[in-house]
Design a protein around this ligand. Structure first.
Ligand code: 6GU
Length: 229
């Protein structure tokens, strides 16, 4: 059982997400638990504020250290976490190898930034790692936390129906996935490749491998370069 605790200033953004989809199945099967916490619960401010003006001036607000520190102390007094991850646009880029690594870490805390982000001392002293989901800016870390949780939880043994399907994902072997087809064999004159109907498994496997390599060359040539590293 992997437990993911998400700290957010806007927890209701995430509640519906984790109560649907594959993630709900994983939770029902007892393979994962996701707990979304409202950071305001740890604010000592009389208005439950989580942010304040930046020292030195400038636009935007900064999330203060204290509620985050108190939230982390409270969670970490209950159990040991493998990582405390701050989601931010300048973190390490999430890719499949990182998702694989995080799926082996045990319980995780995900801290969602908002406004301009958090006081730098949170990043220096309270977290173990910083992750981004891509080179674009979102208005908060919640979507990134949902993306990261999905990528990690679906890798846990037993979450996907077909045990092999997480391993045949795009990117898992450093290639994008080959094309899939289902019935009918001809639709509107559009035909399924003959080899897939041939019943010849070795030829089918070879065709899929060839397609995966060719598609990777066309769409994600960088993945082929990464394999030489
Ligand atoms: Cl983790 N947070 C925000 N605010 N923007 C992002 C991101 C995270 N990853 C990519 N863009």
């Amino acid at each position: 059982m992997v437990r993911i605790d998400i700290l957010s200033a806007v927890p209701k953004l995430l509640d519906s997400w984790f109560n649907e989809s594959i993630l709900q199945r994983a939770q029902k099967k007892g393979l994962a638990q996701v707990h979304v916490h409202d950071l305001r619960a740890w604010s000592t401010d009389k208005h439950r504020r989580l942010d304040d003006y930046p020292f030195g001036g400038g636009a935007g607000m900064v999330m203060t250290v204290e509620p985050i520190h108190r939230a982390l102390e409270s969670l970490m007094s209950e159990r040991t976490y493998g990582e405390v991850i701050y989601l931010c646009p300048d973190g390490q880029m999430l890719d499949q190898p990182l998702a694989n690594e995080l799926s082996l870490k045990g319980d995780l805390i995900l801290l969602c930034g908002h406004y301009k982000g958090v006081d730098e001392r949170v990043r220096q002293h309270l977290i173990t790692r910083e992750v981004s989901i891509g080179d674009y800016v979102l208005s908060g870390g919640e979507l990134a936390a949902a993306v990261l949780s999905d990528a990690v939880i679906r890798l846990l043994p037993g979450v996907l129906g077909d045990e092999s399907s997480a391993l045949s994902d795009s990117y898992q072997d450093g290639l994008v996935a080959p094309p899939d087809y289902t019935r009918p064999a001809v639709y509107n004159g559009w035909k399924v490749p003959d080899v897939l109907l041939s019943g010849h498994q070795a030829q089918i496997d070879a065709w899929r491998q060839e397609q995966a390599v060719e598609r990777t060359r066309q769409r994600r040539p960088g993945l082929l370069e990464d394999q030489d590293r």
